[in-house]
Ligand binder design. Structure first.
Ligand code: SAH
Ligand code: SF4
Length: 364
């Protein structure tokens, strides 16, 4: 298998096992696989040429067999609160979004797993395009590579959330391949599994595999406390109703002291009543749960509104009184449409009518 391939795969599409196999087939020392991976994922080498402790002959072998491409940053939009939204253009011309969120002592990066989404949630901008395609392993980790290398200063990127465009569990294999590299403590990106969170709309049949294949945190987009409302907001609920979802969560294998995060978008007059707060508290009793309350991020394509501040605080107070951890997650970057799918939709529209209504810097 020493002949040069006609179609060269991207090296970021390979798992550690696959690269090790390639190294074996080319009669290189086995430790080379880890060394190459550390250059790509930890030291952020820009090209094979930069891998200076690898012999020239071996680097040439890599160049002959692989490409090493990087995602193209089409636009960066910076919010007043510091959140930065990156719009990546993929090789086939599709766009995806990634949001870098500054927290007190670190950065969190919110990454996408699909172009569009098939789940059809009524409040979500990404749903409007339907599913266009799954992202590959290389495109999922490429978002982190494209941004991490530009982070300088004391604050480090320590947290990854799979909460951008798409339903991660509907692209299971590529997502797991990417997570393996993101959390590989030896030659991958070395993120702690405790600092990586996957958010799902509730594809219950995949929970078993997920609990078996990885130790990262699980978040559930719940958003309603009764099936009628959840059916309306999230059509997947018709297939996997609330009771089944909660039951699956209660059986999910959690590390000691770990909890499942339940995301609850607060939408005015839809799911924000005090009766909802009571029901939510009752519903989550069987689960080791914490709650993120997300005031709805309004956008022109949606009929929904954000509740008044007093309602948001009262909703939280009910949950606190029932001894839940309930954090209000004000989605950062509201002024740059940082909620899922919004910049992407704008960009597609504005390429027909290029007059940005928000502050962006064009990437070279
Ligand atoms: N598909 C997965 C992954 C994240 S979707 C899931 O549904 O869990 C992106 C996240 O953004 C979800 O938590 C969703 O509830 C939230 N979201 C989408 N549109 C929003 C909006 N307009 N305002 C606030 N949050 C929104
Ligand atoms: Fe898809 Fe999540 Fe948006 Fe629902 S909320 S349409 S599952 S991306």
């Amino acid at each position: 298998m020493n002949s040069k391939p006609t179609h060269k795969p991207d090296i970021t599409e390979l798992t550690k096992k696959e690269l090790t196999q390639w190294v074996k087939e080319h009669e290189l020392k086995l430790y080379r696989a880890g060394q190459i991976m550390r250059w790509i994922y930890f030291k952020h080498a820009a090209s094979f040429d930069k891998m200076t402790d690898i012999a020239k002959k071996t680097r040439q072998l890599l160049i002959d067999h692989f490409i090493f491409s990087h995602l193209h940053i089409q636009q960066i939009a910076t919010s007043e609160d510091g959140a930065r939204k990156y719009l990546f253009r993929l090789k086939d011309g599709n766009f995806i979004e990634t949001v870098l969120i500054p927290e007190k002592n670190h950065y969190t990066l919110c990454i996408s797993t699909q172009v569009g989404c098939a789940m059809g949630c009524r409040f979500c901008m990404t749903a409007k395009s339907g599913l266009i395609r799954n992202l590959t392993q290389g495109e999922i980790i490429g978002q982190i590579l494209g941004i991490a290398k530009n982070i300088t200063g004391k604050k480090q990127l320590t947290n990854i959330v799979l909460m951008g465009m798409g339903e991660p569990l509907a692209n299971y294999d590529n997502v797991i391949r990417a997570i393996d590299i993101i959390t590989d403590p030896d030659c991958g990106m070395q993120f702690s599994t405790r600092r990586v969170t996957l958010s799902t709309s509730g594809l219950i049949p995949k929970f078993h595999e997920l609990g078996r294949d990885t130790k990262i945190n699980l978040a559930i987009s719940l958003n309603a406390t009764d099936n009628r409302t959840r059916n309306m907001l999230m059509p997947i609920n018709k297939k996997y109703p609330i009771e089944e979802l909660i039951d699956a969560c209660s059986r999910y294998p959690l590390a000691p002291r770990n909890k499942i995060t339940f995301e609850y978008i607060l939408i005015k007059d839809i799911n924000d009543s005090m009766a909802d707060a009571d029901r939510l508290a009752k519903l989550l009793r069987p689960v080791k749960a914490k709650i993120n309350l997300i005031p709805f991020n309004e956008h022109p394509e949606s009929e929904f509104k954000r509740p008044d501040e007093s309602v948001i605080l009262s909703f939280q107070a009910v949950l606190h009184n029932k001894n839940y951890t309930a954090i209000i997650r004000r989605s950062k970057g509201g002024d740059i449409s940082a909620a899922c799918g919004q910049l992407c939709a704008k960009n597609i529209k504005e390429s027909a009518n290029p007059a940005p209504r928000y502050s962006v810097s064009e990437s070279p």
